[in-house]
Ligand binder design. Structure first.
Ligand code: GRF
Length: 204
């Protein structure tokens, strides 16, 4: 029988720390066929992350990854890498994951790890720029637009190559919450679209 490796569905691991609405968007896109990949592993550093429930509802394997459960950062990184390799993971998507991935994992998955950030990077990125901090900073700046960015992940927070952005207008009466909600709506479209393009080699 002729094998056609390129037509195989890719395997994605999604890393989360919280609600996981982007994880849900990826799961939904995978189920609808918009994303030609399967979410096969969901990793969280927070035991109580609601995203873990979303994964369980879809019968996706989950894992709580806490560096403090290991003897050293090196052991922690190597164990995570081994687990990714055992599952034949092709791509990693971080979605509201509030930690840096171990450098041994970043190296092994170079150009195969993406993150979504709720602002127009390179503005409003870096350590501490997460959640409402981002939207507060945008509102305080007086910028007239914000948005979402999908970028490759390297060893520095929010630093890798920008793949795609979606813009939203900042409204006069916006609060951090209302702006976050408008950006999040865009994120749910942009993330699956961009990962699909990455898988199809559009950024090479
Ligand atoms: C999103 O705004 C994402 O851009 C940011 O964290 C938030 C996660 O939301 N990195 P959710 O957990 O996907 O609902």
């Amino acid at each position: 029988m002729e094998s056609n490796v390129s037509s195989e569905r890719k395997k994605i691991a999604v890393f989360i720390s919280g609600g996981g609405s982007n994880l849900q968007a990826l799961i939904d896109a995978s189920k609808s066929g918009q994303l030609t990949a399967d979410i096969v592993w969901v990793v969280s550093n927070m035991k109580k992350a609601f995203g873990l429930k979303r994964a369980e509802n879809e019968h996706i394997e989950t894992f709580i990854y806490k560096k403090k459960n290991y003897d050293s950062p090196k052991t922690a990184g190597n164990d995570l890498l081994q687990k990714l390799q055992e599952r034949n993971i092709d791509y990693i998507a971080t979605a509201g994951y509030l930690q840096l991935l171990p450098s041994v994992v970043v190296k092994a998955f170079r150009n195969k790890i993406v993150n979504i950030h709720p602002a127009l990077l390179p503005k409003y990125g870096g350590k501490g720029m997460y959640g409402q901090n981002v939207h507060k900073a945008v509102l305080e700046s007086g910028d007239s637009e914000s948005g979402a960015t999908v970028h490759l992940v390297d060893e520095i927070y929010d630093n890798g190559k920008i793949l795609e952005q979606a813009k939203v207008a900042v409204l006069d009466d916006d609060t951090p919450e209302s702006l976050a909600a408008r950006v999040l709506e865009q994120e749910h479209k942009l993330y699956p679209e961009t990962i699909e393009k990455l898988i199809k080699g559009k950024y090479e």
